[in-house]
Structure formats: C-alpha cells, structure tokens
Design a protein around this ligand. Structure first.
Ligand code: NAI
Length: 347
C-alpha cells in the first residue's frame, strides 16, 4: 500500500489508521484540508474488498469534501472516514464507540456525520465517546438525518439541468433512472414521483427496490442494467466511480444528476461526457444540501433560515456553473473546480 505517493493523496494533511482489536474497529480517517475550517464529512461503513480500496475511497471522498464545502460557501474543511465492515452484519455499539474515540483523538480537526451504511442512531452512539460529531437527533442544535435535505438539493438541481438541457419547465413525464434507493435515493424518488416523473430504479437490496416500486409505481431493473436504461436523466445515488470510459458510450440519457459522491472514475471522464452531449451536474456541487444542514449544527445555530439561505446559494451556484459551462462549451465539472479553487485561494 502506498500513501504519500498514492495517486489520490493530493496533499492530505492527516491520515489516521485506527484499529481496536476488542471492538474489531478498522477505520481510516482522512483530513484533506482545514484551510476553511475544521474538516467535516461523513463516515462510510462498507465491506471493502481490500485495504487499498478503502484508502482510495477515503482519500477521494475527503478531497471531495474540501471542494464541496468550498463551493457551498461553508467555513469547513474537507475530511471523511471509512470503517471497513459490513453495516448489515458487523455494526456493533462497541465498534461505533471505538470509532468515536478515534475521532476524539483528532481533537476536533475532523467532525464526523452520516454517510453510506451509517444512520442517525449510529451517530448517537459515536456521541458517547466524542463531541466532534453532527447529524444527531438530540441536543440543542441537532440537525438529524441530512439525507432529506441532500435529496431536495439533488431534486432542485436536477430540475435546473432538465430545464437547460431538455427545455422542459416541469418534470412531468420526464424519465429518471435512479441507482441506489438508500437514504437519499428513496427521498429523491418521492420528490420525483410527486413532480410527475417516470421512475426506473435499481438497488442491490431487493427489499428496498420492492418498496420503491410499490410506493411510486417505479419499474425495477437489475443492478447491471440501470446505467443503460433509455431515459432523460440518470441519477446515481449509490457508490462512486461508476462513470468510466466503458460506460459512457452505453449511456442513453441527456443528463446525469445524482447524489453519489465521486461519480467520475477519473480525470477526463467529465470531458468525455461533455463530448457525448450529456450534461453532467458535478456531484459535489449538487449534493451539498446534507452538509449544509449538518453545518448549522456544527456552528451551533438554531435558525432554520440559516440552512435555507445557503441552500438557495447552492442552487444559484449550480445554475451559474451550468450556464458558464454552456457559454464556454466546457464540462460543468471544470467550472465547479474553478469555483472551489477560487474560494480556497482567497480564504
Ligand atoms: P445509503 O447507504 O443509505 O444507500 C446507498 C444505497 O445504494 C443502498 O440501498 C445500497 O444497497 C445501494 N447500492 C449499493 N451499490 C449499488 C449498486 N451497484 N446498484 C444499485 N444500488 C446499490 O447511502 P445514502 O446516504 O443514501 O448515500 C448515497 C450516496 O449519496 C453515497 O454516494 C453518499 O456518499 C452520497 N451522499 C449522501 C449524503 C447524505 O446526506 N446521506 C450527502 C451527500 C452525498
């Protein structure tokens, strides 16, 4: 395993490998940047096939948080944590407490919250061993599950992209293929259904898939088919790295807009999507609703308008990113990266 020469290292400030034999904890906590404030980003629990896979994921995710928080105008840096375990079978109270102790040792330079495989109840347990945790359901400024706000942001941004690319003012009859029906994906399906969109969905968890099919009249397809569905929009809401050179020619959509972090498998993919005429809404600009919600809790603010103002700012940014990309005939991803770098350079 390489660390400092890892292709995703990108100047990370701190990487902690946390192990606790008693609870079985194996976690990696990555702090990419504290330039704008304490690093904030969720904790992911996933049964990674190898340590290398976990390291690559956490490095890419934490760097993404630096960009996300910068574009969203938050005074937070970028960080992320991964716990190598299966959330369905290996999650225990002791494991989460032990993870909290590892966070606590960082003295507040990283603040954790929910991500894939982790929910509010888990964060309540983490709170027993550290105060550097947000997305809680109890306490003075508790913000709860960030997923509904994330989904709302994805929905509104998706709508902007559809208006721009397809000249459709409403989502009525627009076909959306949703990959991943977890916390965010399910909420997104509810909003899309309410707006009259036609849903095609997929999840490796068949129970979740059945629930969404029944609730929203969606059609279900197998996990390996969702990216080839003939639709207007593809909304990735599962894991990252799904958009690669092999899949791009097979996509049959005009817009890609979803919640999943790090959708692009590598450099050059955003440009390839642009060349295929597919409007890709940069993930970290689109899925910032959740961290905006969490940021209120971190800042110790109760006023819900604080979130709404920043949420509106996020949508204004997306609109500007899409317009500028269209005017300059470049990928929106390139414009979003410029936004982030500008904020980082001037703060
Ligand atoms: P979750 O763990 O609740 O749901 C993920 C879902 O994806 C699960 O139902 C899982 O079975 C499914 N899945 C995994 N691999 C799949 C595949 N190959 N095909 C179809 N389904 C698959 O996670 P959550 O919180 O909904 O997050 C989804 C994505 O959005 C993640 O990439 C996360 O990092 C990102 N995100 C989440 C935010 C939040 O507020 N929860 C905020 C910003 C980004």
């Amino acid at each position: 395993m390489t660390v400092f020469s890892h292709r995703d290292f990108d100047g990370h400030e701190r990487i902690v490998f946390a192990h606790d034999a008693a609870s079985g904890l194996r976690a990696i906590i990555a702090v990419h940047s504290t330039r704008l404030g304490p690093a904030a980003g969720g904790c992911r629990m996933w049964p990674y096939a190898s340590d290398d896979e976990a390291l690559a994921d956490v490095l890419r995710l934490s760097r993404g948080m630096t960009y996300k928080n910068a574009v969203a105008g938050l005074d937070l840096g970028g960080g992320k944590a991964v716990i190598i375990a299966d959330p369905k079978t290996q999650k225990t109270t002791e494991l989460m407490r032990s993870f909290g102790r590892a966070i606590n040792d960082l003295g507040g330079s990283y603040i954790t919250a929910e991500d894939v495989g982790i929910d509010v109840a888990d964060m309540e347990i983490v709170r027993e061993t550290t105060r550097h945790v947000a997305g809680l359901s109890r306490g003075a400024h508790a913000s709860g599950d960030p997923s509904p706000v994330t989904a709302r942001g994805v929905f509104e941004g998706l709508r902007l992209a559809v208006a721009m690319r397809l000249q459709r003012e409403t989502l009525g009859g627009v076909r959306v293929a949703v990959q991943g029906l977890g916390h965010v994906g399910r909420h997104l399906c509810a909003l899309l259904h309410e707006a009259g969109a036609v849903l095609v969905v997929s999840d490796i968890d068949t129970t979740r898939m059945r629930e969404v099919v029944e609730a929203y009249g969606a059609s279900a397809v197998a996990a390996n088919e969702i990216m080839q569905v003939d639709a207007d929009v593809f909304a990735p809401c599962a894991l990252g790295g799904i958009l690669n050179e092999t899949i791009i020619p097979a996509l049959r959509v005009a817009v890609v807009a979803g919640a999943a972090n790090n959708q692009l498998a590598g450099p050059g993919i955003a440009q390839a999507l642009h060349e295929r005429g597919i409007l890709y809404v940069p993930d970290y600009a689109l899925n910032a609703g959740g961290i905006i919600n969490v940021a209120r809790e971190i800042a110790g603010i109760s006023d819900p308008n604080w979130v709404e103002e920043r949420f509106a700012g996020m949508l204004a940014n997306i609109d500007e990113i899409l317009r500028e990309a269209s005017e300059r005939d470049v990928s929106p991803d390139a414009i979003a990266a410029e936004f982030a770098r500008r904020r980082l350079a001037t703060s």
